[in-house]
Design a protein around this ligand. Structure first.
Ligand SMILES: [Zn+2]
Length: 408
């Protein structure tokens, strides 16, 4: 097994929010073998002098849609899935180049994409996927135009959702995703901004359906992520056992005790609303979607402030799609209005790893962890912006012990 040793490193500990200079990081195969001063290896070990730069864990984006490759998300559902996969490969490569070594796909990504990355056919981050998002008829993932009756239930049409109503159908929908290896289940707890027929302040699915969804996921040892904007929808989801709340822009303080009681995670995705607002400014958004956008965009930072002040586990997420993925690191800048750098780094490393149930394996530079490593010019604990200019400041990318960039 190849041994690589990164020497002269300042190792970032995300949990403590500290940087320790004068360290070496030894990598054997796909794992970190050791961390400490002056490590040596076998004669054929590859030695890399990082010149005192920061060595930190690879980033995790816990709310992504690499398979939503076009702004016309409804038209996309008619595209050949092989063509969508080809375009998704470019999105995935871009994410890895920004320093994201793991992502959680919360809609449309599935086993084929994950396997293509894992086996090296596509270059990209490790993919944790949930397959189709569960949606009720007329819910946020029901992308039929009002005049369309038929829904193409072909799993491999590139639509984001699977329509299911009633306890029997939602159980089957979860079991189908489990059958395809889902790492989690994604469910719409409320309307969405980009959906054709619902309201962001609605609630979706009955309590009985939500309870059944969580029960089926729990039976398979996976968890449920819930899309919601208002506390009315968030609180129903939390009480049913949903483990992460996505977006949550219109959350009020009634949700805080429930997050704590159930040990749930909060995944804001503020940058995507800014990307949509820019499209609206350029006259590229339909009027009804623009109205919904305005309702959620003002609440986003306030919800983040509320969650941060309450000490909730906050996870990095972006929710970008189509041609907006180049903003993936801007979420750090937006959130830095509320959160200090150490918290921001934890949100994309240790806290995200806990959400993914990969604590100690991902998001840390420690013996036994998967060797996902970045070398950064600068100290992100002082200035988070050094993470947002990968062309200049990201000098090395390693995923599972394999080098994808080396500009040392
Ligand atoms: Zn999303």
């Amino acid at each position: 097994m190849t041994v690589t040793i990164l020497r002269n490193a300042s190792v970032l500990d995300a949990a403590d929010g500290t940087l320790t200079p004068g360290q070496s990081v030894a990598v054997e195969g796909d794992r970190i073998a050791d961390v400490g001063p002056g490590l040596t290896g076998p004669d054929d070990a590859v030695l890399l002098d990082v010149g005192g730069r920061t060595v930190m864990p690879g980033l995790i984006d816990a709310h992504t849609h690499p398979a939503i490759v076009d702004q016309d998300v409804f038209g996309l559902a008619e595209w050949p899935p092989t063509y969508v996969a080809a375009r998704a490969s470019r999105v995935l490569a871009g994410m890895l180049a920004r320093g994201f070594t793991s992502i959680r796909d919360v809609g449309a990504g599935e086993i084929g994409l994950a396997r293509a990355v894992e086996e090296g056919y596509f270059t990209g981050p490790r993919l944790f996927y949930g397959g189709k998002q569960l949606t009720q008829t007329g819910g946020a993932g029901d992308w039929r135009a009002p005049s369309r009756q038929v829904y193409d239930a072909n799993y491999y049409s590139p639509a984001i959702g699977v329509i299911c109503d009633g306890v029997t159908e939602v159980r089957r929908a979860v079991r189908e995703e489990v059958r395809r290896g889902a790492h989690h289940i994604k469910v719409y707890l409320s309307g969405a901004v980009d959906s054709p027929s619902d309201r962001v302040d609605s609630t979706q699915f009955s309590v009985e359906e939500l309870t059944a969804i969580v029960e089926e996921a729990t039976a398979a040892n996976i968890y449920v992520a819930g899309h919601a904007y208002t506390s009315r929808a968030i609180n129903r989801g939390l009480r049913a056992g949903v483990r992460s709340i996505e977006h949550g822009n219109l959350m009020d303080d009634s949700s805080i005790p429930l997050f704590k009681e159930y040990g749930a995670f909060y995944v804001p995705t503020i940058v995507t609303y800014q990307a949509l607002a820019d499209r609206a400014r350029d006259g590229l958004l339909p009027a009804d979607i623009e109205v919904k956008l305005r309702a959620v965009i003002d609440g986003a930072l306030g919800a983040l402030e509320l969650a941060h002040a309450a000490g909730l586990p906050i996870v990095y997420g972006t929710d970008l799609f189509a041609d907006t993925h180049d903003r993936q690191l801007q979420e750090f800048v937006i959130r830095s209005q509320v959160q200090p750098p150490a918290d921001l780094i934890r949100s994309a490393t240790t806290t995200a790893a806990r959400l993914l149930q990969r604590e100690g394996e991902l998001g840390v530079v420690a013996p036994g962890a998967i060797a996902d490593l970045l070398v950064i010019d600068g100290n992100p604990l002082d200035d988070i912006r050094v993470l947002t200019t990968p062309d200049q400041t990201l000098k090395l990318i390693m995923k599972a012990g394999q080098l994808y960039k080396n500009e040392l």
